[in-house]
Design a protein around this ligand. Structure first.
Ligand code: PGA
Length: 254
């Protein structure tokens, strides 16, 4: 499977700053042809992504999507609106949205289904709150993932992307997870998914304080299908280095 490497900028970068970011980033990854890349800017910069990425193989998407296609939902953004802007991915269920907006696994699943209805791949985020032994975290993760997939039709399962993002490893001051422990969790999740039709082809990305120093080791870890990068991607040169990790041809970033 080709690695899938992306970033969510979270609530960072204005549209003016986004324009600068794309202008700096795109030339740095032009030579990469053994992996797929995506960028999830805030809603206010999706149009900039479309301007700057439309002639490139780099995909863009959104950090959230509403479960409904239209209607009286002030401030929300629907899947057809995002699809119309060329989004290929819609992130759902990030722990910050669960924390700040009380999102439940069932709502997250309905959002994933909305993305799928409109031809986008949902990136479903899951992750345990505290670091623990695999035997403790796995049942929690599998229960959450099962609920997050409850509205996804079996025929659509193969279009889903999973991001494993342990909450304890996310953000400033977090402890970075060891690639080996990430691999163990992700291989177990992969085995669980593989028992479902279409589930074997689902990429499982890792996210949580991913930076240049550990990107290649994470990517080489069996079970890790790609990377999902937060704050260390806000610098386009740094994200280009992460995106190029372990590549045979690294173009301008070597
Ligand atoms: P971080 O965020 O890389 O800034 O830790 C990761 C994430 O939330 O996806």
């Amino acid at each position: 499977m080709r690695p899938l490497i992306g970033t969510s900028w979270k609530m960072n970068l204005t549209s003016t700053e986004a324009d600068r970011w794309f202008r700096d980033f795109v030339p740095l990854v032009r030579q990469l042809d053994d992996r797929d890349l995506f960028v999830l800017p805030p809603f206010t910069s999706i149009w900039v992504a479309r301007e700057r990425l439309r002639e490139t193989p780099i995909a863009w998407g959104a950090q959230d999507v509403d479960a409904e296609d239209a209607g009286a939902h002030t401030g929300d953004t629907s899947a057809p609106m995002l699809a119309d802007l060329g989004c290929r991915y819609a992130e759902v269920g990030h722990s910050e949205r669960r924390r700040d907006h009380g999102e439940t696994p069932e709502l997250i699943s309905a959002k994933a289904a909305a993305a799928l209805r409109w031809g986008m791949r949902p990136i479903i985020c899951i992750g345990e709150h505290r670091r623990g032994a695999l035997a403790d975290t796995l049942p929690f993760l599998i229960d959450d993932l099962g609920r997050c997939l409850s509205s996804v039709a079996p025929a659509d399962l193969g279009r889903v992307v999973i991001a494993y993002e342990p909450e304890w490893a996310i953000g400033v001051g977090a402890v970075a997870a060891h690639p080996e422990e990430v691999g163990a969790v992700q291989r177990a999740l992969g085995s669980w998914l593989a028992e479902r039709p279409g589930g074997a082809s689902i990429p499982i990305l890792y996210g949580g304080s991913v930076d240049v120093a550990d990107a290649a080791r994470l990517l080489y870890e069996p079970g890790v299908g790609g990377l999902f990068v937060g704050r260390f991607a806000l610098d386009p040169v740094n994200f280009a280095r992460i995106a190029s990790a372990g590549a045979v041809r690294q173009g301008a970033t070597t």
